[in-house]
Design a protein around this ligand. Sequence first.
Ligand code: C2E
Ligand code: MG
Ligand code: MG
Length: 548
Amino acid sequence: MQEHRDNVLAARATVIATATLGAITGFMLGCVLAIPLAEAHLQKYLERVAVQENASVIEAHDLLNVMQHSAYAPCSDDELSYFREIVFRSEYMKDAGRVRGSRIECSATAGRPSQPIGFFKAGATKADGTIAYSNLAPLHHQTLQGLGLQQGGVFVVFGSHLPVVVGSLPIHLAVLPADERAPAPAPNASTPSPLSQPDDNVTRTGDTLVAEHCSAIRGRCVTASVSVGEARQDELIPIAGTSLLFAITGVFAGIILCFLRRRSHALDQQLRRALAEEKLKLVYQPIVDLATKKIVGAEALARWTTNDGVSVSPDVFIRTAEEHGFVGSVTNLVLRRALKEFREPLRSIPDFRLSINVAASDLIDPEFLPMLDEVVKGAKVPPGSLAFEVTERSAADCDDALESIRLLRRRGHHISIDDFGTGYSNLSYLLYLSADTIKIDKAFIRAIGTESVTVAILPQIIAMARSLNLCVVVEGIESENQANYFPTDKIRIYGQGWLYGRPMPAFEFFRLLGIAVDEPAPAIEAGAVDSAVNRGRSQGTIAPVLAP
Ligand code: C2E
Ligand code: MG
Ligand code: MG
């Protein structure tokens, strides 16, 4: 009851923690994303400024051209009406008229002044003959940024209000004279385009995002800025949305985590119970000499069927036991059971070898070797009849594991490197490991008959194993084609796989060996699936009795 309550509390705490983590992540992500969004807004605004400026410059040039070809007498009433019409029809022009020596002679807004208006300060004459004035017109409008352009004797004054800020982001605008801020055109540069390009850099000064667009022809720089706080404030709803979305994701992640933890916990509890009740069974798979097809050994493989009748793969329950730190109990049970069930063949058949899988943690467990010694002594089997299968990874970078392997060898046991080729695959390292056999992983055998590069290194592995005087066992042989791949004339190679026999209970294995035994009723379920399939599918021709 208390345990159930603790589990519920732990689950709630996990879900709350993952949801909070999700919300915080979402909030932070939203805050971070608000900045590039605000930068994009500033850039977009300055792009509109540039587009408007370019449109006004193009229109000004067009009109100057038209005005220069005026059919009316200069500054006549007709011409002034013509200029007024031009100004009226234009989107950007605010005045148009005639100028001489920086003095306005007549204009659409000023008419024909009794006193000439001027002097205005003319800028440099451009390559196309236009002269720019920064303040030519008799127009004074606070928000109007006027610019005059003269070509020949006519001039136009155009100005445009800055585009309206669209959207809720409070963009602050400032217009400053370009002065030294506008990049001066290089002296020998080809005719510069009168059109301005939008700048695409947004800089961050303290807590403010600033973007600037300078126009040489307009002689001004428009600066658009927004504070980081305002940018975040503006994105408040999206930020809240992201936080909520991530919080919901966090809730789901928490639920999945709880589910996985519960499942793993449930599996771990069930496995512990099965071990305590010794409900794990063993099946044995033959290992044969590929040249003679005679059985020379067996690999003991653990099997577990839960109380609900679910058969759990050893890959899963061995990993669970490893993760929860009790794989030693599995090894202990397997060793004791295997030596009990296989005692007779191990004693009576010389050179018969039983292979037992050991986990990495077994090798560094100080209780492993004493336990093994005790079981071997009790079973009275020769140490040489036992081989221990370790993976390359088990012994890597761990001196204690290497020492255990050496001690196993010193006691007379054999060491096989299981699943060879999936780890470090360094053959000289195997000598250092004191191994005497390699078991080539079934992935290589599966590749036989395909174009895969995996298969190309098989001959090299075998040649090197031979030069290092190592035995080779080929795992996962399922077909004659795969078996025939290995040359048996020069070198002795052993094989294991469905072609020679699926994993089967001990009594069935004994029949293969020609040892008469009664079929123990409970043991049938041990490898029921494997053995049933074995009876139906084992196609290899195996010599029934191992010749002593
Ligand atoms: P492993 O030690 O490499 O065992 C060989 C695996 O290949 C076994 O799978 C066997 O049933 C399978 N096999 C054999 N011949 C063929 C074949 O021709 N084709 C195919 N596709 N598979 C074949 P299993 O029994 O499922 O065991 C999986 C792994 O679980 C073992 O791989 C071993 O690493 C681990 N394991 C099994 N029993 C024990 C145990 O008692 N202790 C420890 N530590 N690990 C064990
Ligand atoms: Mg193995
Ligand atoms: Mg293997």
